[in-house]
Design a binder for this molecule. Structure first.
Ligand code: ADP
Length: 517
């Protein structure tokens, strides 16, 4: 590529000579010749040049002034004075003022080497400058980087500091909780060794906590107890949370009923490090439950025998009173007729009571066989049993598709029949509207029987499930007060529970839950 030369020279011949000298020496060039200051400045501003050559003396301008302008405007372009003879002083001044070199016109063989050197120096300079700039830039970048990393680091430190403080606090709190729970609390590693036990262990086993920590569970609780919990410990170490009730024969003597929860100890990477164990003694509760169960069974047995044994004499009384009524009605005085009427009424109430009581006492006995039971079919059967009441009341009974569940169908028919029967009995002034539905909610079926009847005061919501409890007199609504206690027994037999939500005058929602399995 041709060398771009700005030549300040009034003599075109000299310009041509210089150009020829350069070309001869392998530096072909493209020369812009200027003579005046205005042209010189204009050229500098408009175009780009590799080198400036300048004569020292011009008619309206001079080399030294040109040099000053060039240094101001284009510092990087090398500047060589090409002139006739100049004095030594002037030559020195020129170089001092920043000219790269000077060449005398009668020694033009020097021009090409001088230009070459000037270009090389300029190139070096520009490279050095670039390198310096790069260095500055790099340093700035580095500083920025250091600054931002430092900020990040100090933020991280702050965070870490907070986290550590938080951890210490949580740990302290956990310790306080662990020490004060009314249960045996411990932390066990995956080899079955105690890592932490609370004070309760000390009271329970009579060994100081520090002596329990570090020992295998088996050694502390004893082999027979260990046999009971072994599989559960294995299960929790596979990551499963476990809760169980078990009679545990301890080394210290005596079998205790314990309610135990095992929670796996999983670190942030998902590794199981061991497990936490929380065990409370429920022996007394268990004994109480057993006793309650036994006394309930006794009571049931008694109710059953009593009602069963009463049936026979009652039938006799009923038979003879009816006979009395048939034979002697109108033959004795009016009072006698009235008394007989009362007796007949009383006997039939008693018969109903005994019938219900028998049903109640038999729920547990008769209802233990569970089969897959289609609740829609069960409900249909209950509604058939209630058909005449439904028709009489002009009731509208609707229901959603109901599930098939593991249940005793006879008991389920009775359950629906009692609930729908009550909705018919405790109707309001409007014709009864009853809707039955079921929703599945985590492992359970939630059944709803909704009516538009007289409703129940929330204060009585629990009481109505107690046997013989009624909110009305027999005159207002007839009944024995056993129906809902039968419902409760049936639902509980199926592992569920029953309750009511209602308000007087706004209808009732009877809910019951039956577990899916
Ligand atoms: P009974 O129907 O023989 O009185 P229950 O045990 O079936 O006995 O019911 C107890 C009481 O609960 C009833 O006397 C009644 O006051 C109230 N009750 C039950 N079902 C309903 C209902 N669907 N609407 C309003 N009250 C009800």
């Amino acid at each position: 590529m041709a060398l771009r030369v700005l030549h300040l020279e009034d003599d075109p011949n000299d310009v041509e000579l210089v150009r020829a000298a350069l070309e001869e020496d392998g530096l072909p060039s493209e020369v812009t010749r200027v003579e005046t200051e205005t042209d010189f400045v204009a050229a500098l501003e408009k175009d780009f040049f590799d080198i400036i050559l300048a004569d020292y003396k011009l008619p309206s301008f001079d080399g030294l002034s040109a040099l000053t302008i060039a240094k101001e405007k284009r510092r990087e372009i090398p500047f060589i004075c090409v002139s006739g003879t100049i004095g030594e002083e002037l030559a020195i001044e020129t170089l001092k003022s920043g000219a790269t070199d000077y060449v005398l016109k009668d020694r033009l063989y020097r021009i090409a080497p001088a230009v070459r050197r000037a270009l090389r120096e300029a190139e070096d300079r520009s490279q050095r400058k670039k390198a310096e700039e790069d260095l500055v830039k790099y340093r700035e970048h580095l500083e920025e980087l250091v600054e931002s990393r430092t900020a990040e680091l100090s933020e991280m430190n702050l965070h870490l500091d907070k986290e550590i403080r938080e951890r210490i606090r949580v740990e302290r709190e956990i310790r306080v909780i662990a020490e004060n729970v009314p249960a045996l609390f411990s932390c066990i590693d995956k080899d079955g060794v105690y890592r932490f036990v609370n004070k309760r262990y000390e009271d329970w086993f009579g060994i100081p906590c520090i002596e329990i920590t570090g020992k295998p569970v088996k050694d502390i609780i004893g082999e027979p107890a260990y046999e009971v919990i072994k599989d559960k410990a294995k299960a929790v170490l596979s990551g499963e949370r476990i809760t169980f009730e078990a009679a545990i024969p301890y080394k210290i003597g005596g079998t205790r009923w314990m309610y135990v929860t095992y929670v796996p100890d999983i670190d942030s990477k998902g590794n199981i490090k061991g497990f936490y164990s929380l065990a409370s003694d429920i022996t007394e509760k268990k004994q109480f439950e057993e006793e309650l169960k036994r006394s309930n069974e006794d009571l049931e047995q008694f109710a059953y025998s009593a009602s069963h044994d009463l049936k026979e004499p009652l039938r006799t009384v009923s038979g003879f009173i009816k006979l009395l009524q048939k034979r002697y009605k109108g033959r004795l005085d009016e009072k006698a007729d009235e008394y007989i009427e009362y007796a007949v009424d009383g006997v039939s109430k008693m018969q109903r009571l005994i019938k219900d009581l028998l049903v109640y006492s038999r729920v547990g006995e008769d209802g233990r066989t569970f089969r897959p039971t289609n609740c829609s079919e069960v409900l249909d059967r209950a509604l058939i049993n209630l058909r005449s009441a439904i028709e009489e009341d002009k009731a509208e009974v609707t229901y959603d598709p109901l599930p098939t569940i593991m249940a005793n169908d006879t008991q389920m028919i009775r359950l629906f029949q009692n609930l729908v029967g009550n909705s018919l009995k405790f109707r309001g002034s409007e014709p009864p509207r009853i809707h039955i539905s079921a929703d599945r909610k985590d492992g359970e079926w939630l059944f709803t029987v909704r009516d538009n009847g007289i409703g129940i005061d929330p204060h009585d919501a629990d009481r109505i499930f107690v046997i013989f409890r009624r909110l009305h007199t027999a005159k207002e609504y007839e009944g024995t007060g056993i129906g809902l206690s039968i419902c409760k027994k049936i639902v509980e037999l199926h592992g569920g529970r029953i309750w009511v939500e209602s308000e007087p005058g706004r209808g009732s929602m009877f809910y019951f839950i039956i577990p899916v399995a």
